[in-house]
Design a protein around this ligand. Structure first.
Ligand SMILES: [Fe+2]
Length: 236
């Protein structure tokens, strides 16, 4: 299994607090059946001051430790790129950090609104040959009144990353309701990831993944690039 959204990189944001915590999180993910972990630190989020040099340093440290302690776990570097509306679409595209060598870009919207240039930004990514994945769209209250725009994005090749804890109801009935509604509405465009931050409230929950949802979890990054065929997913 691939987990394409995690905060295992230490000391950068609200994820792993230090190297030991980052390793412990990777170990838990691996124990729960994850074979590839994508580290997606917050990027351009107004809540954290994360710089490229800091990411590089945290990445090198964790990668070395994981390869020594968990040699069968594949660790990939990515980012969760916040779309605040302050960046012009072209600048966003030029400065985005895809997941590993793939064309996949994880994009987070603010919780309370959809920035005016968000759709232009997402479609600019597609025109540039990237594959945008909206991080936990169930959390963005502004998206709830923009079903047509979400459908247009999905039709153009955009994907929706639902958070497993939300689907399971760990974070309340609203998140459960909205994440399951998106899964029903856009089954071919949905992917499940953990967005794990720690071993506490936002811990990995892959051991609770219902068998019927396994089809929404990619095996590797290559399969995300071509994700979205109902035929491939089977009956949903
Ligand atoms: Fe995240």
């Amino acid at each position: 299994m691939l987990d394409l959204h995690t905060h295992v990189l230490p000391g950068l944001d609200d994820g792993a607090v230090d190297l030991a915590a980052g390793l412990a999180l990777c170990r838990r993910l691996h124990e729960q059946g994850v074979t590839t972990v994508v580290a997606t630190p917050h990027w351009h989020s107004p809540r954290f001051e994360v710089e490229g040099a800091g990411i590089a340093q945290a990445w090198e440290a964790l990668r070395a430790l994981v390869s020594a302690e968990l040699p069968r776990l594949i660790l990939v570097l990515g980012a969760e790129h916040h779309c605040s509306g302050l960046e012009a679409p072209a600048a966003f595209v030029a400065g985005c950090r895809p997941l590993g060598d793939s064309p996949v870009v994880l994009v987070e919207l603010p919780d309370d609104h959809v920035p005016a240039n968000a759709w232009a930004t997402l479609f600019a990514l597609i025109r540039a040959g990237r594959r945008p994945v909206l991080a936990h769209p169930e959390r963005c209250r502004g998206l709830r009144g923009q079903r047509e725009q979400v459908a247009a994005l999905v039709e153009a090749g955009g994907l929706l990353q639902l958070t497993l804890g939300h689907l399971l109801g760990v974070h309340g009935w609203r998140m459960r309701w909205h994440s399951r509604a998106l899964l029903r509405r856009h089954p071919a465009a949905c992917l499940i990831a953990s967005d794990s931050h720690d071993l506490g409230v936002r811990r990995p929950q892959w051991d609770r993944l219902p068998a019927g949802w396994r089809r929404f979890v990619p095996t590797d990054l290559e399969s995300v690039s071509s994700w979205g065929s109902l035929k491939d997913l089977g009956k949903v």
